[in-house]
Design a protein around this ligand. Structure first.
Ligand code: ATP
Ligand code: MG
Length: 206
């Protein structure tokens, strides 16, 4: 790896991981000349308490299966092994220690997720630690200029990235599985097999 490693971090619930996540990570790797992309399944998602979230172990394993064939992708247990609620800013601090002060961290997310991040109270601190790569995602307005006041603190660290339009979402996949509708070609086959084998998402989506 280079003296100043460029590390992409793709955070998400990954319940389940799908081709939207994988295409976005691959695009970031190439467009931003990253050394690798680390997929970071969240431990206890603070903002997803309204619905049942699959176990951290299931989400971690599905992400490992989905990324196994790509030498530039890896999966981290950092958030799922950390007790308590998950705050991404803590993760960034930990990653900085792991990769050293010279490393450059890039937090990759869909434009919708950037919106959420920018309303967090420590958005400013976050921005000191990494550059945001905001992927345009179908159905979500990518007009980052329209973001609220907090944007001021992060603006220099915000990069927009166009990814091929993929209207795939984990919620849609969950509702398809529970409704016995097809999920083939929306996510890797081995992940679909894992879902089937372990009986995930059979209950109607709430
Ligand atoms: P859910 O429908 O449960 O919210 P999701 O499909 O949004 O799931 P997450 O795990 O919440 O998946 O997303 C992780 C990250 O991937 C977020 O930054 C999100 O914006 C991004 N992302 C998800 N789906 C896509 C997609 N189809 N194209 C680009 N980015 C995506
Ligand atoms: Mg989401």
């Amino acid at each position: 790896m280079r003296k100043t490693p460029r590390i992409g971090i793709m955070g998400g619930t990954f319940d389940p991981v799908h081709f939207g996540h994988l295409v976005t990570a691959e695009e970031a790797l190439v467009q931003f000349n990253l050394d690798k992309v680390v997929f970071m399944p969240t431990g206890r998602p603070v903002r997803k308490t309204h619905r049942h979230v699959s176990s951290a172990e299931d989400r971690y394993l599905m992400t490992v299966i989905a990324t196994a064939s790509n030498p530039d992708f890896e999966v981290s247990r950092l958030e799922i092994d950390r007790p308590g609620d998950t705050y991404t800013v803590d993760t960034m601090l930990q990653l900085r220690e792991i990769y050293g002060p010279r490393s450059e961290l890039f937090f990759i997310s869909g434009a919708d997720a950037v919106r959420e991040i920018l309303t967090w109270k420590d958005a400013g601190r976050f921005a000191e630690l990494c550059t945001f790569i905001a992927a345009t995602r179908p159905g979500f307005d990518a007009d980052l200029d329209s973001l609220e006041p907090v944007q001021g603190a992060v603006a220099p660290h915000l990069e927009a990235m166009e990814v091929p339009a993929l209207a795939i979402s984990s919620s849609d996949i969950r509702s398809r599985v529970s409704g016995r509708r097809p999920v083939r070609y929306l996510l890797p086959e081995a992940v679909a097999a894992y879902i089937e084998k372990n009986g995930l998402y059979r209950e109607p989506v709430v």
